[in-house]
Design a protein around this ligand. Structure first.
Ligand SMILES: Cc1cc2nc3c(=O)[nH]c(=O)nc-3n(C[C@H](O)[C@H](O)[C@H](O)COP(=O)(O)OP(=O)(O)OC[C@H]3O[C@@H](n4cnc5c(N)ncnc54)[C@H](O)[C@@H]3O)c2cc1C
Length: 388
């Protein structure tokens, strides 16, 4: 890890490493079998609950929540080092709560909303998701058509969202809607908090994605909300939403490093054992270059992630570096996992190996939180303006 962590931080990171090795890795076999059978790639309640109980006992809980919300208030650097370890396995698990919505709530929720929504969320007792994308507006969310109109003391919301993750388990949904379509991202988009079961909020269908993931299409049909459900200022929802997306994009960088490191480690071990034509694979220059280039790119990505984490902890604007990380890390990990698969031959194609799930997760990761090409456009715009 290219970073000088304090001793107590190092202890938490090591504890996570042990948790991953001892508790999550042994479940991989079942997770891979579910993926092979076309089932959701998720833990069953009977598997997840004891893990949650154990990590709560270990203090692996509310790690980046503020202290007055019962959290450990860990810095981004430590959170991303933890993320790297957690994503080295294909067993899907997080230490509650999921960070991005926590940071959005912390930034803009009213004291009453913090008490009602953020407190149980920070303490891992409530779940949430965010609905931004629409059938006609994904990579360019400023074009969203879901409309919130003021009627008396209510907001009336109509529209459709798609590709939204984690909907069925969410106790509340952060819903983005246009309150002034002419203004778009500059003053026309508002965030709302919608509680599960609110009349007019309809889960239209579940969409199976590659890699055993699931997303959902949602309909808002005369959904009526009070002012108390507006998250942040009316018309000013885009900036905190971007802040939230940035938290996830940095996490994705750490996820890619974790997956790529695991694939590289497996390739290193395998190619030193496997002989073809009387020579170990690791003695071949073709393989050595994969190993050398892979190790170099992982090192570069890890440094990028840690640099961004430090900047984020100092309160600097990391939107552009988060875009750079999302592009570089997803492409880096895609390449390394593909080479690891190649080095294993037919075994690399087997669904008994973690590569298939990793590869599919990375394929998804090049789309969600903004497609690669959109991030390249954003980076280029900033560089051309001399702002990066
Ligand atoms: C697994 C998964 C989970 C998701 N979870 C959520 C969620 O929880 N909540 C939510 O709101 N959304 C979610 N999404 C949606 C995701 O954010 C969008 O799919 C994404 O932003 C892209 O939007 P789109 O699908 O409409 O593609 P489009 O915007 O139509 O883009 C399609 C393609 O066009 C190209 N393209 C677009 N713009 C440009 C450009 N400017 N320059 C060059 N090429 C371009 C890119 O190749 C892009 O992939 C999820 C998506 C996936 C796959």
């Amino acid at each position: 890890m290219p970073f000088d962590f304090a001793e107590d931080e190092r202890m938490i990171i090591d504890l996570v490493g042990k948790f991953v090795d001892e508790k999550l890795m042994p479940l991989e076999k079942d997770i891979m079998a579910r993926e092979a059978a076309g089932e959701p790639v998720a833990l069953l309640p009977g598997e997840e609950e004891p893990l949650l109980a154990e990590c709560r006992e270990l203090g692996l809980w509310a790690l980046d929540a503020p202290e007055d919300f019962g959290g450990a208030n860990l810095p981004t650097t430590v959170m991303l080092a933890i993320q790297e370890k957690l994503k080295s396995t294909v067993t899907p698990f997080i230490f509650p709560p999921d960070s991005p919505n926590l940071h959005m709530l912390e930034a803009v929720a009213t004291p009453e909303q913090k008490e009602k929504y953020m407190l149980p969320y920070a303490q891992g007792e409530a779940k949430s998701c965010i609905a931004i994308s629409e059938p006609g507006a994904g990579g360019d969310p400023a074009q969203m058509k879901t409309r919130a109109v003021r009627e008396g003391d209510e907001w009336v919301i109509n529209g459709r969202k798609i590709w939204v993750s984690n909907v069925p388990k969410a106790d509340f949904i952060i819903l983005m809607a246009a309150t002034d379509p002419d203004k778009g991202a500059r003053g026309g988009i508002t965030a709302f908090i919608v509680e599960k079961g609110t009349k007019g909020f309809i889960i239209e269908r579940e969409i199976p994605m590659i890699g055993g993931a699931r997303t959902y299409e949602l309909i808002m049909d005369d959904l009526r909300l009070k002012d108390s459900q507006v998250l942040g200022e009316v018309g000013a929802g885009f900036a905190p939403m971007q802040k939230r997306l940035t938290v996830r994009r940095l996490e994705m960088g750490a996820m890619c490093v974790g997956m790529a490191q695991r694939a590289l480690d497996m390739m290193v071990e395998h190619t030193q054992q496997r002989e073809t034509f009387g020579t170990k694979l690791s003695d071949r220059q073709a393989i050595q270059w994969w190993i050398a280039d892979g190790a170099t790119k992982i090192h570069a990505a890890r440094l990028m992630v840690m640099d961004a984490a430090q900047k984020q902890d100092r309160g600097e604007d990391v939107r552009t570096v988060a875009s750079m990380i999302k592009v570089f890390a997803t492409e880096m990990a895609t390449e390394i996992i593909d080479q690891a698969m190649q080095s294993f031959g037919a075994m690399g194609m087997a669904r008994e190996m973690p590569f298939a799930i990793m590869g599919q997760r990375l394929r998804l990761a090049r789309i969600y939180e903004g497609p690669t090409e959109v991030h390249r456009m954003v980076i280029a715009r900033r560089v051309l303006k001399g702002q990066a």
